[in-house]
Design a protein around this ligand. Structure first.
Ligand code: MN
Length: 227
């Protein structure tokens, strides 16, 4: 267990769970993603600091950033404040951006990402392999982690094209000094192959399904040991 990725869920009192693919695009279009995203960053830092205080000092938490958030001038200050307010070491927070987000306004994104990296937080390139990456920009991104999209993991098997692609991504990532994370791991076979191919960290239903913070505490025993 190395950490968790924070995922937003909306439990609407009258109708129940609203799927994120329904409310997140709406939040992006209306700009509400900025205050919501700021809340998520602070809440993620608060929760991780709590788990640290319960002994899980080596865990880190990942938060997804949208294009709108990355373009917003206050982002660096929001992250700095959230870390300080909650007393969380910067290296315990990772910010995930998709390659598409990073490349949209690449020069502007680089400036913000450099400032975030200077705070000491981790920068992860999410859904790698699904967007259009400029390898020149990839080289300049202050990232320390690359997440292979689940699309290459789902049908991964010995000798198929996905194996060739994953192997190439791992080689590229390692050359750039990045930690390689594979998403969407659901079977023991996938786990074995991805480990053999050189992935450093695995994520997916096989390792842990999405669950509430309370469930994680229960599942992984974050309660302070009784004297
Ligand atoms: Mn992600």
């Amino acid at each position: 267990m190395t950490g968790v990725e924070a995922l937003l869920r909306w439990n609407k009192p009258d109708t129940g769970m609203v799927p994120p693919d329904r409310f997140l695009p709406l939040a992006e279009r209306t700009g509400l993603i900025v205050p919501i995203g700021n809340w998520v960053i602070n809440e993620a830092c608060r929760q991780m600091a709590e788990w640290h205080s319960q002994g899980k000092r080596d865990w880190s938490i990942a938060v997804n950033l949208s294009t709108v958030q990355l373009a917003h001038s206050e982002l660096v200050e929001v992250v700095r404040t959230a870390l300080q307010r909650n007393g969380l070491p910067a290296h315990s927070l990772t910010l995930e951006i998709t390659e598409t987000t990073a490349m949209r306004d690449a020069e502007a994104a680089l400036i913000v990402l450099d400032q975030l990296a200077a705070l000491g937080v981790g920068i992860s390139i999410d859904d790698f392999g699904t967007g259009y990456s400029s390898l020149l920009y990839l080289k300049r991104l202050p990232a320390n982690e690359l997440k292979i999209d689940r699309g290459f993991v789902t049908e991964l098997s010995q000798g198929n094209e996905d194996e060739a692609i994953v192997s190439a991504i791992v080689a590229l990532g390692k050359t750039l000094g990045l930690k390689i994370v594979a998403e969407g791991v659901e079977t023991a076979e996938q786990r074995e192959m991805l480990t053999e191919l050189g992935c450093d960290v695995l994520q997916g239903y096989l390792l842990g399904k999405p669950m509430s913070a309370a469930k994680i505490a229960e599942h992984f025993g974050t309660q302070t040991a009784q004297a």
